[in-house]
Design a protein around this ligand. Structure first.
Ligand code: FES
Length: 294
C-alpha cells in the first residue's frame, strides 16, 4: 500500500509505539508541528478545503516538494481525497512533484525577455549546468526552469531565484549567480530582499508565515515608476469617471444581481436560474426556449 493510501485510510492513527512513524510518513514530532501550522492556515478560510494551496506550500517547506506523504497529510487535514490534492498539485507549476533544488533558477523566456536576451541566457545556463527545464543539478543546489512573464518586463531580461528578481541579466551574469549559489555564497537579488533564501524557506513564506523581510530593499525601481513620475511632472491625468457613471455601469452590468460581498450575492444566495449553475446551463435553457417559440 502506498503512503498516500495509508494516510487516506487512517488519518487518525492512534496506538503506535512512541517514536514510530505515522501512517503518512511523518514522525510524531514533525506531524505535530505541521498540524499546528495547518490549523493556523485552515483557520483563515471559511471552508477547510480552501486552504489547500498554502497547505501545499507548507508541505514543500518541509519536504522540498509535494511528496506522497505531504499529499496524504493535506488530504487528512482538509477532509478531501488524495486524488483531489494531486489534481491541484499537478495543475500549478509552483508545486513540484519531485525533490527540488535548494534554489529554483527561473529564466524568463517569454516574448520580451526572450528577444532581449532571455533565450541566450537559457542556453548558456542549461549548457553550463548540464540540465534542462525542471531538472536539478546532481548536488541538489540548482533547479533550472523556463518561466513565463514575471511582470518585470521593464528590467528584461529577467532571471528569478526563488522568486527574487535578478534584473537586466546577461549570460555571463546569470552564470556568475548560479556559480555563487552552488558554492554556498550569500547572493543578493538586484531588487527586494537583501539575500536569496532557500526553496524551503520561500515555501514557508508562501504558506503564509512571513519571514519579516517583505519590506527589505527596493520593490518598484526607476524603470517601473518612470511613467508615473513623468505624468506628475507634466500634469497628465486619466479621464474622470464619476460616481454616477460608475453606479449606472454597475447596474447595467449586473441587472440587479447583488455585487460580490453584498447580502444575497452569488456566494450564498440559492440557485434560481441555470446561469447560477453554469454559463453552459444558461445557453442550453436559451436554446430550449428558442426552440419552443419557433
Ligand atoms: S517578459 Fe520577462 S518579465 Fe515580462
Amino acid at each position: 500500500m502506498s503512503v498516500e493510501h495509508a494516510g487516506a485510510a487512517a488519518p487518525h492513527d492512534h496506538g503506535r509505539a512512541p517514536g514510530a512513524r505515522h501512517a503518512t510518513g511523518y514522525d510524531d514530532a514533525t506531524r505535530a508541528r505541521l498540524t499546528a501550522d495547518a490549523q493556523e492556515i485552515v483557520a483563515r478560510y471559511p471552508q477547510a478545503r480552501s486552504a489547500l494551496l498554502p497547505m501545499l506550500h507548507l508541505v514543500q517547506s518541509e519536504d522540498g516538494y509535494v511528496s506522497p506523504r505531504g499529499i496524504a497529510f493535506c488530504a487528512s487535514v482538509l477532509g478531501i481525497s488524495t486524488a483531489e490534492v494531486s489534481a491541484v498539485a499537478t495543475f500549478y507549476t509552483q508545486y513540484k512533484r519531485h525533490p527540488n533544488g535548494t534554489y529554483t533558477v527561473g529564466v524568463c523566456t517569454n516574448t520580451l525577455c526572450a528577444v532581449m536576451g532571455g533565450d541566450a541566457i537559457w542556453e548558456e545556463l542549461s549548457e553550463h549546468l548540464g540540465i534542462g527545464h525542471d531538472e536539478t543539478t546532481p548536488d541538489g543546489a540548482i533547479t533550472l526552469e523556463r518561466v513565463e512573464c514575471n511582470a518585470a518586463c521593464d528590467y528584461a531580461p529577467v532571471v528569478m531565484v526563488n522568486w527574487e528578481f535578478f534584473d537586466n541579466q546577461t549570460p555571463a551574469s546569470a552564470v556568475d549567480v548560479v556559480d555563487r549559489l552552488a558554492a554556498g555564497e550569500a547572493v543578493a537579488p538586484t531588487r527586494g530582499a537583501s539575500s536569496v533564501c532557500t526553496f524551503k524557506e520561500m515555501s514557508r513564506v508562501l504558506a503564509g508565515f512571513p519571514d519579516g523581510r517583505a519590506d527589505e530593499g527596493v520593490g518598484a525601481g526607476e524603470p517601473t515608476v518612470r511613467g508615473t513620475r513623468l505624468a506628475r511632472e507634466r500634469g497628465w491625468t486619466a479621464p474622470s469617471y464619476d460616481a454616477a457613471e460608475r453606479a449606472a455601469a454597475t447596474a447595467t452590468a449586473t441587472h440587479g444581481v447583488p455585487a460580490a460581498g453584498e447580502e444575497q450575492s452569488s456566494a450564498d444566495r440559492p440557485v434560481t436560474a441555470p446561469a447560477d449553475v453554469s454559463p453552459a446551463g444558461e445557453q442550453r435553457k436559451q436554446k430550449s426556449d428558442d426552440a419552443k417559440e419557433s
